[in-house]
Design a protein around this ligand. Structure first.
Ligand code: F6R
Length: 365
């Protein structure tokens, strides 16, 4: 079943070009119009929606964070992202003008299902992004967007995440196009770039030795922290979760602008910092954050766009992703972080596919 791979996780990491491509291409017609089968969001529907909640757990929540950025940027509708177990107990303001988006690989996560039911009871329109066909979340939603990741066996989610991101691009672009808030040229540009992401992921996967060497040198760290700005911080959270869940290293993620507000106190000689610096718009700010931690002795692994040679002067190691628009980097930058977590866990002799204390689908509170 592992088709020659040592673990399901690495097999599934390698299946991402296919999953991303399937999730995307099945929704584009010959003219690159988005066709969302099973989703009935008309212009009329969308004009009534004045608020969107995206609700999920774990990795799916991290995909939701990117979803917020995309919907606000492309479709100009305010979005709040919440963790399912918080949303369901906090009496959020939800009415008939609310769109509730649940994201769940399994479609069986109890807290997400309960949050969905609560929102539905209050009159919200329910759209879900689900990988498992016919699962509870899918069945109880008004509209369903199926990711085409294929079965995900490893407990740590990888291909489900990148396909959830593609779902968010398509949903956000579809909303933007339906309500005419996005210009054609920009829409075409984003779609064009989305279509070449699978080959760009392929390129990252074709050059994993560097990441493996880095992991082999860094696996002994007992804590790691991730930082980024803009959409990079969302990916930083996912990179950190991936690492902690399979390698048991104490890791966390922060918005780089928050460094000075506390976390910088932790930096000492040799502290491992993973800095995402893929956003052209925020690059200078990020560079100074990298300098700040390096000045205090941190060992910095940066994730940057190919062609950015300058960052090599500041970071200790640079993991490159192929160049793309700032809006699209998460689908690429997630991949080196997955590989980094994977090789570190392997180097530490961990049970990668079945981390201790974790279950693939959390159907209890
Ligand atoms: C992390 C991981 C979990 C799940 C979370 C939600 O790698 O797998 O954090 O993302 O339990 O599960 P689903 O998406 O099935 O609702």
């Amino acid at each position: 079943e592992k088709e020659g791979y040592q673990h399901f996780m690495i097999k599934e990491i390698n299946e991402q070009p296919k999953g991303v491509s399937e999730t995307l291409m099945r929704r584009l017609d010959k003219e690159d119009h988005i066709v969302l089968d099973g989703i009935e969001l008309t212009k009329e529907d969308l004009t009534h929606i004045n608020k969107i909640y995206i609700v999920a757990c774990g990795t799916a929540y991290h995909a939701g964070l990117v979803g917020r950025y995309l919907i606000e940027k492309f479709a100009k509708i305010p979005v709040e992202v919440d963790i399912s177990s918080e949303f369901r107990y906090r009496d959020p303001f939800v009415d008939e003008n609310t769109l509730f988006i649940a994201i769940s690989q399994s479609g069986e996560t109890l807290d997400t299902l309960a949050a969905l039911r609560e929102a539905k009871r209050k009159g919200a329109r329910i759209l879900s992004v689900v990988n498992v066909v016919g699962s509870s979340v899918a069945r109880e939603s008004h509209d369903v967007f199926y990711t085409w990741a294929g079965p995900e066996i490893a407990v740590a989610s990888t291909k489900a995440y990148t396909t959830q991101l593609i779902a968010m691009y398509l949903i956000a672009l579809h909303m933007a196009k339906t309500t005419d808030v996005i210009c054609d040229e920009y829409y075409q540009k984003v779609i064009g770039e989305l279509k070449i992401l699978p080959e760009k992921i392929e390129r990252i996967l074709g050059d994993i030795d560097r990441i493996q060497h880095l992991a082999d040198a860094q696996f002994n760290n007992e804590s790691v922290f991730f930082m980024g700005r803009g959409v990079d911080v969302n990916v930083a959270h996912e990179g950190s979760l991936k690492l902690k869940e399979i390698s048991y290293i104490n890791s966390f993620a922060i918005a780089a602008g928050e460094l000075k507000h506390g976390t910088i106190a932790l930096i000492e000689d040799g502290t491992l910092v993973v800095a995402l610096a893929t956003q052209d718009r925020l690059y200078e700010k990020m560079l100074s954050n990298i300098q700040e931690v390096r000045a205090r002795g941190a060992y910095v692994v940066a994730v940057a766009k190919e062609g950015n040679k300058e960052i090599e002067k500041t970071a200790d190691v640079v993991l490159y992703i192929p160049d793309t628009m700032d809006e699209l980097t998460p689908v690429l930058s997630a991949v080196p972080l997955q590989l980094f977590a994977y090789f570190i866990a392997v180097a530490r002799g961990c049970d990668v596919d079945k981390p201790k204390n974790l279950a693939k689908s959390v159907t209890v509170e």
